[in-house]
Design a protein around this ligand. Structure first.
Ligand code: COA
Ligand code: AMP
Length: 628
């Protein structure tokens, strides 16, 4: 069927369309009830279906005779280790780790928090939770103790699974002290911490709750997957919202499995036996969907890469991995290629490797800027596909299809994320909720229902689903992104319309950073805005007004504030600059005019709202903030 016909069918008869796609899944009990509404008035998919996501990712491939195929490659330039796990080996390890968790009292519906670097044990822990029907909540290893504590309080995990350390370029980060500190801060106290010991920094496991991964595995037995309902949660993944409190996006099992298998086949063009590399981190949604679930469910080989695009050891690292494991499709964030391009502008490293297996490059996490698009296309001569998605959707909302359904190529357009994927009815709306004309910018919204695999709720806060996404435009999911659809139907996502920023493909909340800065006793008020950055896309800039009578020097204050962001959120926040100013632009009701600040910083025409408290502040700040 042509892509355009699929879009129409999915839009007009979602149940028919997705019932057919659900055939991709080996259900324990095939669903008859395709689309229904739950007690939170939110739609749910395949409500009477039963399955197990770990079985679909592992056991099924062994049953189908692919047990000896490599399921997971671990490649770690930061430690020098390389390791391969066949589907049979990985299934056995996961089945044993499920027993380790079971022995600690974990069963269906219990939460397990996973705070791990990019090592195979992260995948094993996630899949073991899925095997038991337990709900994992993976926290990115770059988050500091305070962020971890916030997630511990919300998810209330019985058990934390972690490693003794993470390894960054030339820096070992012991995790155990961070976990102990987070548990100290948190109100909720997990009963156990299972720690995988790494030789680079062995943790002392002295607390009664501490358990050693390997000793537990040594006495574990392999246990089978349990049956869960399609609507049972598979995981919670916290993501930044506009307020300081992260949102716990809940993913179901059934809709997710359908979306994963559908997308591997239709968006990425992958089949069993292929090698798919999502160069991301298991702490992000890309890692959940395409380092772990989608790639394994499709019977492909996945790569857990513990390294960076540059400096581990050089800008040829990605090409080396692609050549060494015969990667068929690579998926990463544009920032990674901007870093590579900066170090190797002529693409000399590309010539050192045999990339004949590599068929396509997929980019997401932030807009693929046309300059990076052209560089990549020119240097690799491969299709370069920007596709747009969010933690909330769990898979791509828009992409350029592999072909039109009749074998004809569809051209990519620089700067565009392609066309809506069947099932996502994307519309551009104005402030009144009306569709705007082609080429005009507006708020990017998706008409309900969302297709399978998207957020099931916000953990412990279903009201936030309504207030955060559904109340602005009744009948639509508001993505928070701004953009337009051009005359040819290509979608352009131009950036967030709220206080979320995207730093090196990491989604961060400026509101959260403001909370940290405001907590300093010298700070009267502050604002954090995202400013353009040639490498990371955006970086935060802090503007701080200090209290009268404060004696601390500006230099000391700036360094204390920067340190508190690193301590409370993590170094990934990359707070680049902090300016101490006399006052912030505000409305008469006291609301800080962040949009006006962003316009000044980006050198755009400044729209001064009529409600401004004192227009003179604009003049005061314009010179200071103008792009240098
Ligand atoms: N654990 C602990 N610390 C981490 C971390 C982790 N998992 N990831 C990053 N950090 C730290 C870094 O060590 C660095 O600390 P420093 O300021 O003390 O040096 C800080 O956070 C910023 O790191 P990063 O954002 O990685 O910036 P960088 O300048 O070191 O590297 C890039 C720039 C572009 C190479 C890097 O950002 C990158 O690889 N980006 C791709 C991101 C990506 O894949 N995102 C997934 C979306 S699909
Ligand atoms: P995350 O939830 O961390 O995946 O971040 C989602 C946000 O990243 C989106 O709302 C967009 O702002 C941005 N984003 C992701 N992919 C793209 C893309 N291909 N083009 C433009 N923005 C993107």
């Amino acid at each position: 069927m042509k892509h355009i016909e699929q879009q129409a069918l999915a839009m007009n008869s979602p149940e028919t369309y997705w019932q057919e796609q659900a055939e991709l899944v080996a259900w324990y009990k095939k669903p008859q009830n395709i689309l229904s509404t739950n007690s939170n008035s939110w739609h749910e998919w395949f409500a009477d279906g039963e399955l197990n996501s770990c079985y679909l990712a592992l056991d099924i491939h062994v049953e189908q005779g692919r047990g000896s195929q490599t399921a997971l490659v671990y490649d770690s330039p930061v430690t020098g280790k390389k390791q391969k796990f066949s589907y049979a080996e990985l299934t056995s390890l996961v089945a044993k780790f499920a027993d380790v968790l079971r022995a600690q009292g974990i069963s269906k519906g219990d939460r397990v928090l996973i705070y791990m670097p990019m090592i195979p044990q992260a995948a094993i822990a996630m899949l073991a939770c899925a095997r038991l029907g337990a709900i994992h909540s993976v926290v990115f290893g770059g988050f500091a103790a305070n962020e971890l504590a916030v997630r511990i309080n919300d998810a209330e995990p019985k058990v934390i699974v972690s490693a003794s350390c993470g390894i960054e370029i030339a820096k070992v980060i012991p995790y155990k002290p961070l976990i102990d500190q987070a548990i100290e801060i948190a109100n909720h106290k997990p009963s156990n911490c299972i720690i995988y010991q790494r030789p680079e920094a062995v943790a002392s496991l002295v607390k009664p709750r501490d358990l050693d991964w390997q000793s537990q595995m040594d006495v574990a037995v392999e246990i089978p997957p349990v049956t869960v309902k399609s609507t049972d949660p598979l995981y919670i993944l916290y993501t930044s919202g506009t307020t300081g409190k992260p949102k716990g996006v809940v993913r179901d099992n059934g809709g997710h499995a359908v979306a994963m298998l559908y997308s591997m086949k239709n968006i990425y063009g992958m089949k069993a036996g292929d090698t798919f590399w999502a160069a991301s981190d298991v702490g992000w949604v890309v890692g959940h969907s395409y380092i772990i679930y989608g790639t394994l469910m499709a019977g492909c080989t996945t790569i857990v890469y513990e390294g960076k695009p540059i400096k581990t050891p050089d800008a040829g690292a990605f090409w080396r991995v692609c050549a060494e494991y015969k990667v068929n499709a690579l998926f990463t964030a544009p920032t990674a290629f901007r870093a590579i391009c900066k170090e190797d502008p002529d693409g000399d490293f590309i010539k050192d490797y045999d990339l004949s297996s590599l068929k396509r490059l997929f980019l997401a996490g932030e807009r693929l800027d046309p300059a990076t698009y052209h560089w990549l296309k020119d240097k690799t001569q491969l299709p370069v596909i920007d596709h747009w998605w969010q933690t909330e959707t769990g898979w791509a909302i828009a992409s350029t299809p592999l072909d039109d359904g009749n074998g004809n190529k569809i051209a990519t357009k620089p700067g565009s994320a392609g066309f809506p994927i069947p099932g996502f009815n994307v519309q551009i709306l104005n402030a009144q909720g009306q569709q705007v004309a082609a080429g005009k910018q507006g708020s990017v919204a998706i008409k309900l229902p969302l297709p399978p695999g998207c957020l099931a709720t916000i953990y412990r806060d279903p009201e936030r689903l309504t207030s955060g996404y559904l109340s602005t435009y009744p009948g639509y999911y508001m993505s928070g992104d701004g953009g337009y659809i051009d005359e040819d139907g290509y979608l352009f996502i131009m950036g967030r319309m709220d206080d979320v920023i995207n730093v090196a493909g990491h989604r961060l909340s400026t509101g959260e950073m403001e909370e940290v800065l405001s907590a300093h006793p010298a700070v009267a008020e502050c604002a954090v805005v995202g400013i353009n950055d040639s490498l990371k896309g955006q970086v935060p800039l802090g503007l701080v007004v200090i209290k009268n009578g404060i004696t601390i020097s500006d230099t000391d204050l700036v360094s204390e504030l920067k340190q508190s962001i690193r301590n409370d959120i993590g170094s990934i926040a990359s707070l680049k600059d902090l300016l101490i100013i006399d006052r912030l632009p505000k409305t008469r009701s006291g609301k800080i005019l962040r949009k006006t600040l962003r316009q000044m910083i980006d050198g755009q025409e400044i729209e001064i709202p009529s409600t401004i408290e004192d227009p003179a502040v604009i003049k005061e700040l314009t010179d200071l903030l103008a792009p240098k």
